[in-house]
Design a protein around this ligand. Structure first.
Ligand code: PGA
Length: 235
């Protein structure tokens, strides 16, 4: 089955680092895995990807195409630089005030320009109920009537950057619940897992009923990242 691995570089990296990352990733030979690299906006034009399995994404997008939006960046601008995807609703942005309503607006802006959203959802703490995740997804896609594409990254907030992971069973339960909702809609979707994926744990988590990973920290360590990508591609 076709797999996706998203690299979320967050507010990290430098020209030097991204040069070495793309030199190595461009040489990768992949059978059935698609990589989506999401650098900070400034570095987007710096990416020259010559590998047809690798695509460009960003970490956020404007919630409007209104010209009076100081500091925002809209899909039409991103598309000029070959960007096809945008992360939306990452927990590190939700902390800064990104509401479900803003997430919904951003998804609509992306879809109306033919870009694909990578929607991040996840509960804050281990004892929280799955209904939080379901609500985040329902609110995010509210009012979308026509056929659309969506990548969902299930990322329990307590697992991001902590080294702690949920069980495969738990991830399967979330995936099953999301599929129940999505299968009723006219949507082409993939479900990824994100949060503390490493060289030590990716093989176990790959047993879950998911389509790939969203990787933060390890994406900056390109040799380790490549091991994960190859491991998934050879499954
Ligand atoms: P992590 O980050 O892989 O470093 O836990 C994941 C994320 O923030 O999406």
């Amino acid at each position: 089955m076709h797999k996706i691995i998203v690299a979320n570089y967050k507010m990290n990296g430098s020209k030097k680092l991204y040069r070495s990352i793309q030199n190595k990733l461009n040489k990768l030979e992949l059978k059935d895995t698609e990589l989506i690299l999401c650098p900070p906006f400034l570095y987007v034009p710096f990416f020259k990807l010559s590998n047809s399995n690798i695509h460009l994404g960003v970490q956020d997008v404007s919630n409007t195409i209104d010209r009076k939006s100081t500091g925002q960046i809209k899909p039409e601008m991103l598309k000029e630089f070959g960007v096809e995807y945008s992360i939306v609703g990452h927990s590190e942005r939700r902390i800064l005030g990104e509401t479900d309503e803003l997430v919904n607006q951003k998804i609509k802006v992306l879809l109306s320009s033919g870009m694909t959203p990578i929607l991040c959802v996840g509960e804050q703490s281990k004892d929280e109920n799955l209904s939080i995740v379901i609500k985040q997804v329902k609110e995010a896609i509210k009012g979308i009537k026509s056929h659309f594409k969506l990548i969902i990254a299930y990322e329990p907030v307590w697992a991001i950057g902590t080294g702690e992971l949920p069980s495969v069973q738990h991830v399967n339960e979330v995936a099953r619940s999301l599929k129940k909702i999505l299968n009723k809609l006219d949507v082409e979707y993939k479900i990824l897992y994100g949060g503390s994926i490493s060289n030590e744990n990716f093989q176990d988590m790959a047993k879950a009923d998911i389509d790939g990973f969203l990787v933060g920290g390890i994406s900056l360590e390109v040799d380790k990242f490549i091991k994960i990508v190859k491991g998934i591609d050879n499954e």
